[in-house]
Each structure stands twice: as structure tokens, then as C-alpha cells.
Design a protein around this ligand. Structure first.
Ligand code: ATP
Ligand code: MG
Length: 599
């Protein structure tokens, strides 16, 4: 399978310019370094000027070769030494400044893009693979590095040489120069037409590279599943296809650019040769001195060389324009969930009262089905609420909406009376502590993983939290205790151990709202009882929402809310719900008594 066009990773406005003007997207990143740019430009102009003056000196030497005295000749050569020094200094200075500028700008862009994507709500990641984002941050910025860090300055230098050289050519011989100018349009045509194609192919190429990173990072993060299902060949094939596609679009780009280079260089030098032929005849007939012709030739070669370099850099700039576009796209992308412009601060002494008022919600990636359908729920401060119901009923969705990972389609969700959308997310989320259904463990030590809940926590706090989460025992048994590195995504821990670290993290956070999504599902009975007690102690003065399939976990909740297909179908305490005899009673019968009778 080799699709013709790379997958479009983002639903974005494709009308944005694919032209060189896209490079203006870099301005905000370059402008802060005006001083550096000015210094680099100065160095560049000096070297360009020096290179342009050199041929004048050459003509004098050539024309005075036989006549002039030795002293003058010595002077010329001494001056040449000085010029060499100036050239060397200017070039080194330009290199140092410009390369540093490139690195600086790219580092800034990388940070800006990362800063942006780290705040994106989950809907964004439903449409793009994380590997693709990484590819943009790494490969696309590398292209920009080559442009800012060298191409632009080389281009500028060559533009100066081109313009200056052309003027000096005119001064040297107007006749020969006008002949040269006749061939310029012939050169511009291939640059413009083929250049457009290069630009298109370059964007396509980068898209394929991003797709290939996305595919690889997904497969690698699920490497055990791939191997367990002996899916290596298929996975390999998929990566191979995408990578080959990226190669093919790269080679089409390279071919186009090679043709462009061939045509341009040939036309330029053919033109010069033709003009020289005319010049050589002029020298024979005495219209030109040999020195003047040499001078003209040097300028012509310089100008031609600058055109050749420029045509090559043109391609580079096109690629960088594509890359800039892709990065600017990421920077400019609108998050589906936005913080208000003038946010209301969260209630300073808020107790964690949460209200759902007629909330209906559909996941953006699945608009056909309502994940929540007209939910009204009033959770009082300090109350412990249990959400139960079949898989897919919408329990996790409730928690995601409380954290405002998504906005409801209709209805309101308030925290302490303030609508979530009126506050900054990072503000009200500070009052919340989450143990998610798939607890995330980071590639760090056990201690750092728990500290994630509250970065300012002391080691004692961390151990106390671990103790409460029944994690202290197993952590102490790890090779380096709390300082044991637990592997990427906690690869060195068991499922239940990961859960307990996640619970310890939530306990450490010590927030007024506690959200537990199947937090103890992977624990053995003994640890579960231990964790249960800790959670109960914690829940006493906090608003707590517990999602659990095991009803033993939720029996003691103040209120149990039964969900089914995005709706609340019953609520009340354990006894009341069992007495009512609905879905809950049926589940309770199954779980507590092997189906014989309700507990
Ligand atoms: N990101 C998503 N995009 C689209 N649909 C989703 C998404 N997440 C969940 N859903 C759908 O929304 C519905 C509710 O899912 P939810 O995760 O809230 O169920 P749940 O009650 O937590 O189930 P479980 O007990 O299995 O965890 C399901 O039908 C699910 O397929
Ligand atoms: Mg769930």
C-alpha cells in the first residue's frame, strides 16, 4: 500500500501561504535578536565589499605588470594581505553570530511549540499522533536552523555580491554587461517554475517524515503487544511504506532541484562564455585592455556564482518556508477548550461543590452518540459520590468534564458556584486531585513520581502519602527504595504497584476535590482494604468522586449514582438502591452473593 498523498495530520486551514512569505512566521522569533542581526549584517557587508573591491586591484596589477616599479607592486601585495585579514575576520564573525542566532531561534521555536502543545486539550491529540508533533519539533526546526543559521546570510551575501558585482560590471564595460543582462530572463524562468514544485514536494516530504515518526513512536510504545500478537511483519511493513514514501517524495524533490541547478548553472556560464568571446575580440581590436577584461571576467564569475548559489538557496528557503508553515500551524492552532480572557478566580475558600446542570456532551471525534445525555448532578462539599454502571456508561466522561478536558455541548458545570468555563483551567485544577483509569507513571524514581502530586512536598510527606496508599512496603523492597528508577511509563512496576503510586500522588496533592477512576481495580484484596481506609480518611473532609466496578468499594459512599448509556438511571445509598431493585440491585446480587440474593 502506498497512498499518493501523506495523511493530513491536522484539521487546519490549508489556505495559509505556502510561499516564501511563510518565512515571515519566523519574525517574532528573530526580532528579539536585532542587535545580533545588525552585527552579523555589518560583518557580512564588509566581507562582501572587500570581495567586490578585490578585482579592481587585480586589474591594476595586471595592467601595470610591465611598467610599474617594484615598490608599488610591494604595496599592492601588502594591501592584499590586509584585505585577506579583513575577509577572514569578517567571515568568522558572521559565522559565529549567524550560527548562534540560528541555534537560539530554533531553541525558542521548539520551546514555543512545546509550550503550546503541552496545554492542548485531549481533543487535539485525538487527531494527531504525538510522534508527529515530535517530528515537527525536531525535523522541521532543523530545516529552519539551516536557513536562519546559514542560508539567509549566505543569500544576503550573494545578493550583495550580485548587485554590487553587476554595478561594477556595468562600470567596467557597459557593452558586455548589457549582453549578460539579455540572458537573465532565461535564467529566472526555471528558478520560478521549478522552485514552486520544489516547495510543494518539500512540504509533502516533511509530512511523510512526520507520519513515519508517528507510526514508529506508536508501534514502539506498544512493542510488547506487537510482539505478543506476532504482528512484527505488518508493523514493519507499515513503517517501511511510510518511510519509503518519504524517501520517494524526497527524491522527487531532489531531482527537481537537480534539474533546476543544471539548467541555471549551464545558462549562466554559457552566457558568460558567450560574452567573453565578444570581450576577447574587443581586446584583440584594442577596445579593451587585458586588465579590464580580467576584471570583468572576475566580476562576471562572481555574479554568476552568486546566482547559482542563490538558486540553490532558493530551494532551501522553500523547504524552510514549508517547515515554518507547519510549525506556525501548530502555534496558531485553536484549542477546542479555551481559557476565558478575563477569568474569574476560583473561590479561595471553596469547599468543592460540583454541579452538573442538564449537561449533554458528545466527544468531538464521535458526534453521533451522546456520551452524557442531560445529566444533572449536585455534589455537595465534602460529599462522597460513587459512580457505577456498565462499561461505556459515561463515568470517566463525567470526570473528564469536571477537569474541563472538554466543554459540554449544552448545560453547565460549576465548581463552588462558578462555571468552569469562567475560570482558568490551571487555576481550578489546583483544587482537584486525580487518579485516572490508566495511571501514568513517568520515567523517574518512585519518589519523583509521587512528588508529581505536589512539587514542594518534603520527603517525609512523600513517605506518609506512600504509606497511606499502601505503597511504602513495596517501594522499600525496590532495589534503591524510593530512589529506584521505575522505567518508562513505570515499566518496572506491576499494575497494582503503579496504581498505588498514583494514589499516593493524589493523596500527596491534598486537594479539596478527589477524583478516583477505578483507582483500586488492580489491587489485591489486602491492599485494597488498606487503600480503602486511606481513601475514606481522605474523603471525610473532601468532595470525592469514586468510579468503581467493584461495589464493595463504593458501598460506604454517601450516595451512589447509577449510570447507563450516558444517563443517570438511579441514585441513593446502597440499601435504598438494593431495595429499589433496578440495575444496581442486579449488579449487587451478582457481586456479593454469586447471584443468589441481594446483600
Ligand atoms: N475520546 C473519545 N472519543 C470518542 N468517544 C469516546 C471517547 N472516550 C470515550 N468515548 C465514548 O464515550 C462513552 C462513555 O465512555 P466512558 O469512558 O465515560 O465510559 P466509562 O463509563 O468510564 O466506561 P468504563 O467503565 O469502561 O471505564 C463510550 O461509549 C465511549 O466509547
Ligand atoms: Mg471509565
Amino acid at each position: 500500500m502506498r497512498p499518493d498523498s501523506p495523511p493530513v495530520p491536522l484539521e487546519i486551514d490549508r489556505k495559509t501561504s505556502r510561499k516564501l512569505t511563510a518565512l515571515t512566521g519566523l519574525f517574532p522569533f528573530i526580532l528579539p535578536y536585532r542587535a545580533m542581526i545588525a552585527a552579523a549584517t555589518f560583518a557580512l557587508m564588509i566581507t562582501a565589499a572587500v570581495s567586490l573591491v578585490l578585482p579592481l586591484a587585480v586589474r591594476r596589477v595586471v595592467d601595470n605588470f610591465n611598467t610599474s616599479q617594484e615598490a608599488i607592486l610591494d604595496q599592492y601585495f601588502a594591501a592584499a594581505l590586509g584585505v585577506a585579514l579583513l575577509l577572514a575576520l569578517g567571515t568568522a564573525m558572521r559565522y559565529a553570530l549567524v550560527t548562534r542566532l540560528g541555534e537560539r531561534v530554533v531553541a525558542d521555536i521548539r520551546k514555543a511549540v512545546f509550550d503550546r502543545v503541552i496545554t492542548m486539550s485531549p481533543a487535539f491529540y485525538e487527531n494527531i499522533m504525538t510522534g508527529e508533533v515530535l517530528s515537527r519539533i525536531t525535523t522541521d526546526t532543523t530545516l529552519i536552523l539551516s536557513v536562519v543559521g546559514s542560508s539567509v546570510s549566505v543569500a544576503l551575501r550573494n545578493v550583495l555580491i550580485f548587485v554590487g558585482g553587476l554595478i561594477l560590471m556595468l562600470v567596467t564595460s557597459a557593452k558586455l554587461t548589457s549582453l549578460v543582462l539579455l540572458i537573465v530572463p532565461a535564467i529566472l524562468i526555471p528558478i520560478l517554475t521549478l522552485g514552486r514544485r520544489v516547495r510543494k514536494l518539500s512540504k509533502e516530504n516533511q509530512d511523510w517524515i512526520a507520519a513515519s515518526s508517528g507510526t514508529a513512536s506508536e508501534a514502539l510504545s506498544a512493542v510488547q503487544t506487537v510482539q505478543a500478537f506476532t504482528h512484527e511483519n505488518e508493523t514493519r511493513q507499515r513503517f517501511c511504506d511510510v518511510t519509503e514514501n518519504s524517501f520517494h517524495s524526497a527524491s522527487r524533490r531532489i531531482n527537481t532541484r537537480a534539474w533546476m541547478t543544471l539548467i541555471v548553472i549551464f545558462l549562466v556560464f554559457a552566457g558568460i562564455v558567450g560574452v567573453l568571446w565578444v570581450g576577447a575580440r574587443d581586446v584583440r581590436s584594442g577596445v579593451l585592455t587585458p586588465g579590464t577584461l580580467v576584471q570583468f571576467v572576475i566580476y562576471a564569475v562572481m555574479v554568476a556564482g552568486s546566482v547559482a548559489t542563490l538558486s540553490e538557496i532558493w530551494g532551501e528557503l522553500q523547504r524552510a518556508a514549508g517547515a515554518t508553515d507547519r510549525l506556525v500551524e501548530l502555534l496558531a492552532i485553536e484549542d477546542a477548550v479555551k481559557d476565558p480572557i478575563s477569568p474569574t478566580p476560583r473561590r479561595a475558600n471553596g469547599q468543592g461543590a460540583i454541579r452538573f446542570e442538564e449537561v449533554t456532551f458528545r466527544y468531538p471525534s464521535r458526534p453521533s452518540a451522546a456520551a452524557l445525555d442531560g445529566i444533572s448532578l449536585d455534589i455537595k462539599p465534602g460529599e462522597t459520590i460513587a459512580l457505577v454502571g456498565p462499561s461505556g456508561a459515561g463515568k470517566t466522561t463525567i470526570i473528564q468534564l469536571i477537569l474541563r478536558f472538554y466543554d459540554p455541548d449544552s448545560g453547565r458545570i460549576t465548581l463552588d458556584g462558578v462555571e468552569l468555563g469562567k475560570m482558568r483551567r490551571d487555576d481550578f485544577r489546583q483544587t482537584m486531585s486525580l487518579v485516572s483509569q490508566n495511571p501514568m507513571i513517568f520515567a523517574a524514581t518512585a519518589r519523583e513520581n509521587i512528588r508529581f502530586g505536589r512539587p514542594s512536598a518534603s520527603d517525609q510527606d512523600i513517605e506518609a502519602a506512600a504509606q497511606a496508599a499502601a505503597a511504602h512496603g513495596f517501594i522499600c523492597d525496590l532495589p534503591d527504595g524510593y530512589d529506584t528508577y521505575v522505567g518508562e511509563r513505570g515499566a518496572m512496576l506491576s499494575g497494582g504497584q503503579k496504581q498505588r503510586i498514583a494514589i499516593a500522588r493524589a493523596i500527596l496533592r491534598d486537594a479539596p476535590v478527589l477524583l478516583l477512576d477505578e483507582a483500586t481495580s488492580a489491587l489485591d484484596a489486602e491492599s485494597e482494604v488498606a487503600v480503602q481506609q486511606a481513601v475514606e480518611a481522605l474523603a471525610r473532609d473532601r468532595t470525592t468522586i469514586i468510579v468503581a466496578h467493584r461495589l464493595a468499594t463504593v458501598k460506604k459512599a454517601d450516595r451512589i449514582v447509577v449510570f447507563d448509556q450516558g444517563r443517570i438511571i438511579a441514585s441513593g445509598n446502597h440499601q435504598a438502591l438494593v431495595a429499589e431493585g433496578g440495575l444496581y440491585a442486579r449488579l449487587a446480587r451478582l457481586q456479593f452473593t454469586d447471584g443468589a440474593s441481594a446483600a
